[in-house]
Design a protein around this ligand. Structure first.
Ligand code: PMP
Length: 419
């Protein structure tokens, strides 16, 4: 893979960075910020901030309730946001888009609603060893409630799924396969369509944890043919507190509501209730109204740049970073080569704690994450307890990767000198 040079950039990255006020920050009283923690959360452009500010200043009331001007306006904006997300995902129907609080909430919704209604002792859920805790724990909790069993497709030493083992793991007992599209540690891009096809042949449904894929490339839920897709707004330029559960219409319609309360009912009597149609059935209470408007503005912004451009550009940055990091003394990069990974690199350095490294980079203005990245089983599988992760977005530049390199060299010198 060739490295992206400044001449080959698919956009004027400097003028685009002007949309992100925070990227021009100086921290610790004068150190320029190099923000490389985008897998944890991205930053927001003015367009998203302004859409939300305008909504709060001039368009805000509760949705679906009052018969008054502001409520109608707010409802229109909220439902338009759903239309935008439908187009963004290429979902067949707009009511297949459920607004939630984020990926974690979306997965828990499926586990509680679909899982409790459909799983019994003896049934199996197939995950992989590279899942985020939010795609492990809800299924372990479901297993406690129902007696079903959670199994894990293994990962190779190189950080890829052992797809050859899929046929052994997929049996008539497998009711759901829940898999991450892009690992938040390894960056590995998984072959979602292949996994969906094979799971469906075995009679299982498929949930895709798309938290790290939706922000960084084109998503077509129909092409994937997945039954559920979960992702978060804050990792794709949107606000925190909002996410999406896409679900196939027929399956969502068969599912009981998870949270009970206002908005999710058609009728309530003292004896019981009748649930509302989709999507309200799964949106109990006052929803994240302005965050949904912000999410739609973020989706529009990303589409204007072009998600294929974003993907290609990030692969260039990743190749540059991977080449640079792999030359460092005593470093082990987790995961596959740059052609097979999204825009992030996690690594461990012999004799140096991931936290110490991240703190020493931070002193130089470089923001990365260190720890287990909510993937303890994956780190255990790879024989490490923690790693340092640099993660990129389309507003990062080749010069910032160079700054990361310089900061890493200095950090290793400093930390190795310590007794
Ligand atoms: N899955 C993956 C792959 C993630 O990277 C994350 C966020 N780190 C999540 C799930 C959880 O997302 P959230 O915290 O926004 O619910």
């Amino acid at each position: 893979m060739s490295m992206t040079t400044a001449d080959e950039l698919p956009w004027d990255v400097e003028s685009l960075r002007g949309d992100f006020p925070i990227l021009a920050s100086e921290i610790y009283g004068g150190v320029p910020l190099t923000y490389l923690d985008n897998a944890a959360t991205t930053q927001r452009p003015r367009q998203v901030i302004e859409a939300m500010t305008t909504a709060y200043e001039r368009q805000y009331a509760n949705v679906h309730r009052g018969l008054h001007y502001l409520s109608e306006l707010s409802t229109d904006l909220y439902e338009n946001a759903r239309d935008t997300v439908q187009r963004f995902l290429n979902a067949r129907r707009v009511h297949e888009v459920i607004f939630t609080a984020g990926t974690t909430a979306s997965i828990n919704l499926v586990a509680r609603s679909w899982g409790d209604a459909n799983l019994r002792a003896g049934d199996e859920i197939l995950l992989t060893e590279m899942e985020h805790h939010s795609n492990i724990v809800p299924w372990q909790q479901l297993a406690c409630r129902t007696g079903c069993r959670v199994r894990f497709l293994p990962v190779t030493d190189g950080g890829q799924l052992v797809l050859d083992a899929l046929d052994d793991f997929l049996t008539e007992r497998t009711k759901l396969v829940s898999v991450v599209a892009v690992s938040n540690v390894l960056g590995t891009i998984n072959p979602v369509s292949t996994i969906v096809r094979r799971a469906h042949q075995a009679g299982a449904l498929v949930l895709v944890d798309a938290a790290q894929s939706v922000p960084h490339g084109t998503t077509d839920v129909q092409a994937w043919d997945a039954d559920f897709v979960a992702f978060s707004g804050h990792k794709m330029l949107g606000p925190s507190g909002i996410g999406v559960l896409y679900g196939r219409e027929t399956i969502l319609e068969s599912m009981p509501p998870f949270l009970g309360g206002g908005s999710m009912i058609r009728r309530v009597t003292l004896e019981g209730f009748e649930p509302a149609d989709l999507p309200s059935r799964f949106e109990a209470g006052t929803p994240p109204i302005v965050p949904a408007i912000g999410l739609a503005a973020a989706a529009d912004y990303l589409q204007q740049i072009g998600l294929e451009n974003i993907h290609r550009y990030e692969q260039g940055l990743t190749a540059q970073a991977q080449a640079m990091i792999s030359r460092l003394d005593g470093v082990r990069i987790l995961g596959p080569g740059p052609d097979l990974r999204g825009g992030m690199i996690s690594f461990v350095v012999e004799g140096i704690q991931a936290n110490d490294l991240a703190m020493t980079l931070d002193e130089q203005g470089v923001a990365v994450r260190a720890g287990h990245h909510c993937a303890m089983p994956l780190h255990a599988r790879l024989g490490v307890s923690a790693s340092t992760r640099a993660s990129f977005y389309f507003y990062n530049t080749p010069a910032e990767i160079e700054r990361l390199g310089e900061a890493l060299h200095k950090a290793l010198r400093v930390l190795r000198r310590k007794p």
